[in-house]
Design a protein around this ligand. Structure first.
Ligand code: HEC
Ligand code: HEC
Length: 399
């Protein structure tokens, strides 16, 4: 690939060569523009904008049931970052880290020059822009890592589900959210910086990131021209991509840490699934199940009593597979029961909070038929997982 196509305007005005002083006549013509950002840099930039926008929209605005789109957007952002890092070593002149990453001292000197009102112009990234790029790349990478940890620990999905506890995942999630806010702040600063620099240097830098060209001006900081190594870059990126994808795929197939694996007892399904869905044992703590079994003769106003042997068997089954034995989100959250209603799942503080936004009419509808009918909206309710990507309120239930 050739990063500096010789256009008809200025064959002589390529990087590294002296720029002739403009003659009075030449200044009236628009100054020649030269290719600065290659298509990889531009494509990366705008695809990253799209990926971050989608991840932010699904993270902040959409409900948890958008989790799969959110994860795909994050995966796309992480993939783009990895590709950009490779291109930072093998790309065209101004794509390279060596072109724009400078010492803090140079950055300070640049800031002093700005404050002094000196007209410093960099053909590629200036030192402040470069610092921002490094910060953006690093923060997006950190968001991706904490995202994978949260996905694994809290939702028991993805490549780290097999090794991440709920507690660790929850912490990663907090960090993930804090970093997301920091990223929004950085994006704001980045846009402000680009607009400021556009104003300061009288050149539309947004346009430059679209068509890749910047004006050739006298006194520009120019760089030693570097030829891109696209085949090397593509090979490295392809190997990186393939090994990561295979690793993620194989790790994702491992069972999640603390996800219930015990088969549901058929006697339980028969006896406790007669009037409503058989609630997964991991949805309530041992003490709650004990109290429920002890009071079956008056079970929410119904007589659900069982013979002693069956009651004992189901009591054992529920105790052995109670919330204490699982590390899923529902098992961790529904463990805190409402004292006055120790075995009403739909009365737990967590359940009430998470379903507060759903109108009563939806629960009352025929398609849902009751708050306790989890499976109407959670396709995986019987497994106890309640993965948010499996949430779907039936259309007929919404008025
Ligand atoms: C005779 C019918 C019947 C049988 C059999 C029955 N239940 Fe229930 N169960 C009910 C009713 C009615 C409710 C209250 C549902 C409501 O108000 O929406 C209920 C509620 C529950 C709840 C609370 C659900 C919520 O809304 O939070 C749990 C947990 C529960 N049952 C577990 C069991 C278990 C375990 C068994 C088996 C030992 C069992 N049930 C057998 C009728 C039954
Ligand atoms: C009318 C449909 C509906 C019913 C019935 C329902 N849920 Fe939900 N549930 C939802 C929706 C929608 C959400 C997502 C709320 C949000 O965006 O925060 C949700 C969220 C959850 C979550 C959190 C998921 C996560 O990863 O954040 C859990 C756990 C959960 N429900 C458990 C239950 C249980 C247990 C029952 C049955 C006792 C139940 N739900 C019944 C619709 C329903």
């Amino acid at each position: 690939m050739h990063d500096m196509p010789h256009d008809h305007v200025a064959t002589s005005l390529v990087e590294g060569e002296a720029v002739p002083s403009p003659s009075p006549v030449a200044t009236r013509k628009p100054p020649p523009r030269t290719r600065v950002w290659d298509w990889v840099v531009r494509g990366f930039h705008w695809l990253l904008v799209a990926a971050i926008a989608l991840a932010a929209a699904t993270g902040y605005l959409a409900g948890v049931s958008w989790i799969d789109i959110h994860v795909w957007a994050g995966t796309a952002a992480a993939t783009l970052i990895a590709g950009r890092v490779v291109w930072g070593f093998f790309g065209t002149t101004h794509a390279r880290f060596s072109d724009f990453i400078v010492s803090p001292r140079t950055t300070l000197a640049h800031m002093r020059a700005l404050l002094a009102g000196r007209n410093e112009r960099h053909r590629g990234h200036n030192p402040l822009g470069a610092a921002m790029i490094v910060a953006l790349l690093a923060v997006v990478a950190a968001i991706a890592i904490t995202g994978v940890l949260a996905f694994g620990g809290v939702l028991k999905a993805g490549p780290l589900a097999f090794a991440t506890t709920f507690a660790a995942g929850w912490q990663a999630r907090q960090i993930h959210e804090a970093l997301a806010l920091i990223l929004l702040g950085l994006v704001g600063l980045h846009i402000a910086g680009a607009l400021f620099e556009s104003w300061r240097t009288c050149e539309n830098l947004v346009r430059a990131m679209v068509d890749g060209r910047k004006e050739v001006r006298h006194g520009d900081h120019v760089s030693v021209r570097r030829r891109a190594q696209p085949f090397l870059a593509a090979s490295i990126a392809a190997i990186l991509f393939a090994t990561t994808a295979v690793t993620i795929w194989t790790l994702s197939l491992r069972p999640g840490l603390g996800v219930p694996v015990a088969k549901v007892d058929p006697v339980y399904t028969k006896e406790c699934g007669a009037c409503h869905t058989a609630y997964h044992p991991s949805l309530l703590p041992r003490a709650s199940w004990g109290a429920l079994i002890a009071g079956l003769d008056n079970h929410f106003g119904e007589d659900a009593s069982l013979d002693t042997a069956t009651a004992a068997r189901l009591g054992d089954y529920l105790a052995t597979n109670a919330a204490e034995t699982a590390d899923t989100l529902p098992a961790n959250r529904l463990r805190q029961v409402e004292a006055a209603k120790p075995f009403t799942i739909t009365a737990t503080p967590f359940w009430t909070r998470r379903h507060a936004g759903i109108p009563d009419a939806v629960f009352a509808s025929k398609a849902v038929s009751g708050r306790g009918n989890c499976v109407a909206c959670h396709a995986d309710a019987s497994s106890g997982r309640f993965y948010p990507g499996n949430i779907d309120i039936p259309d007929e239930a919404t008025p």
